[in-house]
Design a binder for this molecule. Structure first.
Ligand code: AMP
Length: 177
């Protein structure tokens, strides 16, 4: 990505100290979403490293992975599978519980969302922090018979070392803070 474009996009991600609790610096992407074309440009870059990888689905995490994931899927011309918080998916699900940077969370995926002949999955989310969320998502995808081809994040918080938990596949982030 052109460095000027990257700088301009980076300036649209704001640091909000002490949200949702003390000590967390929350990465607010709403200015990036508000800027015409900006999230599309970011998604194009997030998709680019995986264009040649024969991916069948993007799996995205509620809630901000639902904004970026379908865009990345659309750029790669593939489908999208939602991974949701507990109690939201209407049919039979598989569940995974994990620890977040700021709390405990349970994620679910529809049990029959991945078939044997279309099982190469790219996980997409906005922020890689401790890696617990992406690891839980990968766990769910594996339980469904999916094969994790990679992880694509808009933002990686390098100090939290989340990449360490995602050694099973290629991990890419547009912005590393
Ligand atoms: P983790 O499981 O620690 O890697 O956390 C990643 C998930 O929590 C992502 O779905 C993010 O949306 C959210 N998240 C964690 N830390 C932050 C942060 N500092 N700013 C914004 N979102 C965050």
């Amino acid at each position: 990505m052109d460095m000027n474009v990257k700088k301009r996009l980076g300036e649209l991600i704001l640091d909000v100290p002490n949200f949702p609790k003390k000590g967390i610096i929350f990465k607010d992407i709403t200015p990036l979403l508000a800027e015409p074309g900006a999230i599309k440009e970011a998604a194009r870059h997030m998709a680019s490293a995986f264009e040649e990888k024969s991916i069948d689905y993007v799996a995205g995490l509620e809630a901000r992975g639902f904004i970026i994931g379908p865009l990345v899927a659309s750029i790669l011309n593939i489908g999208f599978i939602p991974i949701r918080k507990s109690g939201k998916l209407p049919r039979a699900t598989l569940r995974a519980t994990y620890e977040l940077e700021y709390g405990i969370e349970t994620l679910e995926i529809h049990k029959n969302s991945i078939s044997k002949d279309k099982n190469n999955i790219l996980i997409v989310d906005d922020v890689l922090a401790t890696g617990g969320t992406a690891q839980a998502a990968a766990n769910l995808v594996n339980q469904c018979g999916g094969n994790i081809v990679g992880y694509s994040f808009l933002i990686e918080l390098q100090k939290l070392n989340g990449k360490q938990l995602l050694k099973d596949a290629q991990t890419e982030s547009l912005f590393i803070f």
